[in-house]
Design a protein around this ligand. Structure first.
Ligand code: MLT
Ligand code: MN
Ligand code: ZN
Length: 305
């Protein structure tokens, strides 16, 4: 199984276009030891030919430009991207769908019923796409059935409903439904290797813990270092919990969880907000992660499982 991190930042990217926080300013003017990052998306392949996008970021075109395996190479109009799988309906994970409207066939989009509903009502991206390439919606069920994707042969996917929030445009923002946020446990049957992808995770429930413990590589919500990080930075009055993200620090935080995993598990933080101090490559927070065996995803990172 091949995993490519196309975009490792949370919504807004890094630097965020309108943000003058010390991180964004520093990466913009080159004074900070940090690299820019595009918004959250990964691509997975089991044959190195066909790729499945897990989330479609607003930066998709730049990401394709930066990742040759995703570029057209066979026919006049062509793409190795065979389908898009959505973990939620938030703008950072879905706006890229509009950028695929030139697709030659209906776009295959895997999403839960909850996400499909949001993307045909409050944020009707899928309805709009019907007027361009068309959309073939493949429902992701939450009944425990394994999800299999034709262009990802040999991979069985277990889907987990996770705690999180739907987008602010959703009538269910304050009342999340099962299926608003999901995570994926991918099992490569031939090698027995497993990867877990959960870019949005508000809490570690027992099924999430079991999936993390079963995995050889985990790609998990790295949005915030601290619960009140955006308040401290002066950019928002919202806490990590208000946005449906588990912070890294503190009791019950992501670091504590990841430290408890088996030693040979690769632990990688994805979906990193631009206020997060772990973006500084030489910073003390990064050193603390390294001491705990935790990596910070960067755009273009490739993982071979
Ligand atoms: C989130 O996950 O909370 C998002 O990144 C917010 C956004 O896209 O604006
Ligand atoms: Mn997000
Ligand atoms: Zn910023």
């Amino acid at each position: 199984m091949l995993i490519r991190i196309l975009g490792s930042a949370a919504g807004g990217g890094f630097p965020q276009w309108n943000c003058n926080c010390s991180n964004c300013r520093g990466v913009r003017d080159g004074s900070l030891d940090a690299r820019p990052r595009t918004q959250s998306s990964i691509a997975i392949s089991s044959d190195a030919e066909r790729w499945i996008l897990f989330n479609a970021a607003p930066d998709l075109h730049r990401q394709i430009q930066a990742n040759p395996p995703l570029q057209p190479r066979r026919e006049l109009r062509d793409t190795p991207i065979a389908a898009v799988v959505l973990s939620d309906g938030q703008i950072d994970h879905t706006a890229g769908l509009l950028l695929m409207r030139e697709h030659r066939q209906p776009l295959q989009v895997y999403a839960t019923a909850a996400v499909h509903q949001d993307l045909t009502t409050g944020l009707p991206l899928l309805s709009v796409l019907q007027h361009y390439c068309g959309v073939e919606w493949r429902e992701i069920a939450l009944d425990g059935a394994l999800l299999q994707i034709a262009a990802l042969p040999g991979i069985e996917i277990t889907v987990l409903a996770v705690d999180g929030k739907p987008g602010p445009y959703s009538p269910f923002r304050q009342n999340p439904r099962a299926g608003d946020n999901i995570a994926f446990l991918l099992h490569e049957v031939s090698s027995g290797r497993r990867a877990f992808y959960a870019p949005g995770l508000a809490a570690i429930t027992p099924p999430v813990r079991a999936a993390l413990e079963a995995s050889h590589c985990v790609l998990v919500d790295g949005t915030f270092w601290q619960d009140d990080e955006m308040i401290r930075a002066g950019v928002s009055t919202k806490r990590a919990a208000d946005l449906g993200h588990l912070p890294q620090c503190g009791p019950g935080g992501m670091i504590e969880m990841l430290k408890s995993l088996r030693n040979d598990t690769r632990r990688i933080l994805v979906h990193i907000n631009n206020t997060n101090p772990i973006l500084v490559d030489s910073g003390p927070e990064r050193a603390q992660l390294e001491a705990s065996g935790i990596e910070v995803a960067f755009d273009g990172m490739e993982i071979r499982l």
